[in-house]
Design a protein around this ligand. Structure first.
Ligand code: ADP
Ligand code: MG
Length: 301
């Protein structure tokens, strides 16, 4: 197959590993910086230009869209879809997963376990908002944060109120969440490919840190999921319409709760912790599916 990896940098670990896996399995692979793709929209034959040439003949793309480039990145993925190229994750599903609120709304509709979460526009409603999640301590999150930046633990009602006011004063969209204390600074990253969990790790935040993100100094170890955790992860990816997803769970007193679903989950931490060749699992998924009639997004929100 001819495969394009859409990534800003060929030297990133995940990009390198995906490229290696494609080559190892005998595919013709190219890393394409999606920010340098340009498109002719007003033509009957959708096309993409890159470095002065038409991108042609691709069977599949693996989008690795950076969190800060969702708008342009998904437009490029969409253009590939218009050209009937199979994509590991569809553009709509990527956009959907980038908004934590939208993600929680969709998961809640299907009865997936979630931390109790609240959302409001006006600072006049702060009291009610804090009430929804049962008071302090609580977690406040920027809707489009990533790598743990923009996630704050407010220990008291007063702290919560002032942080919410400060964020809203900057016009930031936030959600407020019950603090799952019993998770003890750890979460589970379940790597889902094509409806199966192919690898799972437990991430533990550093001492005194409630955020387990590896970018915040967390450490990772391989873990065996319970059947309930496994099925929650698989269902969450499916609800989001993602074929490749990093589903993050917390172990709460009321069972596994989903915190978020990532559409470009990193490979480095999970491959190191589990020794699973996750990159090849993604390529094998493309081999199985890229030739089938195109999977069209069915979530429609
Ligand atoms: P990001 O997209 O920045 O990674 P997350 O929502 O995944 O944001 O939160 C970052 C980390 O903070 C999580 O991995 C988890 O360890 C911790 N965390 C987030 N929400 C909660 C919560 N409601 N209760 C306990 N810990 C939480
Ligand atoms: Mg996270």
């Amino acid at each position: 197959m001819k495969i394009a990896i859409l990534s800003q940098k060929a030297s990133l670990y995940s990009t390198r590993r995906l490229k290696e896996a494609c080559e190892k399995r005998g595919h013709d692979v190219r890393v394409i910086d999606y920010l340098r793709c340009y498109m002719n929209i007003a033509s009957h034959k959708p096309s993409i230009m890159y470095q002065g040439k038409l991108l042609e003949g691709f069977d599949a793309v693996i989008p690795r869209i950076g969190a800060s480039q969702t708008f342009y990145g998904t437009a490029v993925v969409r253009q590939f879809e218009m050209m009937d190229v199979f994509t590991a994750n569809e553009s709509q599903a990527i956009s959907r997963s980038r908004d934590k609120l939208r993600c929680l709304q969709l998961l809640a509709r299907e009865g997936i376990g979630l931390p109790v979460s609240g959302f409001a526009h006006s600072t006049k409603d702060i009291e009610g908002l804090i009430g929804i999640v049962g008071g302090a301590p609580l977690v406040i999150k920027l809707l489009e944060g990533t790598q743990g930046i923009g996630v704050v633990l407010a220990e008291t009602y007063q702290a919560a109120k002032s942080v919410i006011e400060a964020f809203r004063g900057l016009n930031a969209n936030i959600l407020v969440q019950e603090f799952i204390k019993e998770a003890d600074g750890a979460d589970l990253r379940c790597f889902v490919v094509g409806g199966k969990v192919v690898a799972a790790m437990k991430r533990q935040g550093g001492p005194g840190e409630f955020r387990s993100n590896l970018h915040r100094g967390g450490t990772a170890t391989a873990i065996k999921l319970t059947p309930e955790e496994r099925s929650t992860a698989v269902r969450a990816a499916k609800i989001m319409g993602l074929n490749v997803a990093g589903v993050d769970l917390l172990r709460s007193n009321h069972g596994p709760v989903v915190m978020e679903v990532n559409s470009s989950p990193g490979l480095e931490g999970i491959e190191e912790a589990t020794q699973v060749d996750v990159a090849s699992k993604i390529v094998m998924f493309l081999e199985k599916n890229a030739t089938r009639p195109k999977g069209r997004d069915r979530v429609q929100h």
